[in-house]
Design a protein around this ligand. Sequence first.
Ligand SMILES: [Zn+2]
Length: 219
Amino acid sequence: MGGFRMVGWNFQWQPGKALWSLRPGRAVCVVMTVLFWLTGHGLGWGFDTVVIDPGHGGIDPGSEWFGVQEKELTLDLGLRMERILQDRGFKTVMTRRTDVYVELGERAEMANRHRDAVFISLHFNATMSGEITGVETYFLSDGGMRLAQVVHSHLMRKLNTRDRGVKRNSLKVLRDTKGMAILVECGFISNRWENQRCQASWYRQILAEEIVAGLLRFR
Ligand SMILES: [Zn+2]
């Protein structure tokens, strides 16, 4: 077969003999890009297990506003994510799949049992001021930062709410998790409008789909 051409490239392949011809400036550029890409992906590249961590549970309801408890929303969202991920051939681990209390350290331990896993902790936000809305994503490690950025940007393209950004935070579940880990605050249930959305199954389905889309993109 012949070869293919792109701008700045001239690649030809012949049986038993590969010939690369690359302008020097472009070559440096390509090498730098490949190195950046490899280091950028770090351990996250090629993960096949997703540890889904629905925040709170059991005796710890999380925030409670307008008749809904955070622990109910996080569990439903986690189970939705599990279904989507399994359909796409990922292995999944749920830190809880019923209304039970699980220590934060134990949640991180579950993630640490899997070498090629990413850890996604799910929460809904609340504040005494009912005005505040929006989604924010937390990370601690540099690898977590890249994962957080990708997942957050996927969420923001579909959710019509305030972008509260991607932030570094030394939360215990992020600190104790050895692999790549992020925590998503999926909306303020202390705001009446956002609370209604969070209570709607269509909204949680979009959250689940976009978080998974971000994971797939990152992978
Ligand atoms: Zn929470």
